[in-house]
Design a protein around this ligand. Sequence first.
Ligand code: 6GU
Length: 235
Amino acid sequence: MSLRIDVLTLFPELFGPFFATSIPKRAAQKGLVSYHLTNIRDFANDKHRSVDDAPFGGGPGMVMMCPPMFDAVEAVERQDPAVATRILLTPQGRLFDQSTAEALAKENRLLLIAGHYEGFDERIIEGLSPMELSIGDYVLSGGELAAMVVIEAVVRLLPGALGAEDGAANETFADGLLEYPQYTRPRDFRGMGVPDILLSGNHQAIADWRLQQRLTRTQNRRKDLWQAYENRRLK
Ligand code: 6GU
């Protein structure tokens, strides 16, 4: 079974190189996923091809308007009978995380809506009932980069998307701990060495050290993840 990903955007050209590179490309070549880009502006219905307008009540910026957005979503959904999970990228959304990525990777079809400008007419959310996702507490001018973040995180979870060598590395965030520090050749670089234990050949000792590193790193750097980890452990 293959995942269909539709992206509605005003800047479809941003996605071409992303879909044509690395894991997203390999997954499509393997038939695990297909990508479908739609320019929202193609559904504008005035002669200026407007997709946004000034907010009622005044204020700065422009607001994405309803008609092109609804027409675009409805036209794209008609292209395929598979029911789409609609996702709107917005800083007002729920914070995107690994468990959301895992849930989305089980869907048949995702329809991501990336807007620009100050925001969306609220009736887009009321009428289309999308899942609203944010990728973090900072401001982006548009949802395109956020859509790529979501797609990247989801596609690499599709069974068979990662090669044999990176497959095991998939565990990284799955248990909610940060990763242990890693080293490769050379053993000495500008006077900086490698922890002796990693050169000891003692696999149990190495595994113990790595787990300890993950625990202390998470505790020191990410109190939020550490708290969640402890709560799960005590349950
Ligand atoms: Cl999803 N969109 C925009 N415009 N800014 C963001 C974001 C999304 N997530 C964090 N900042």
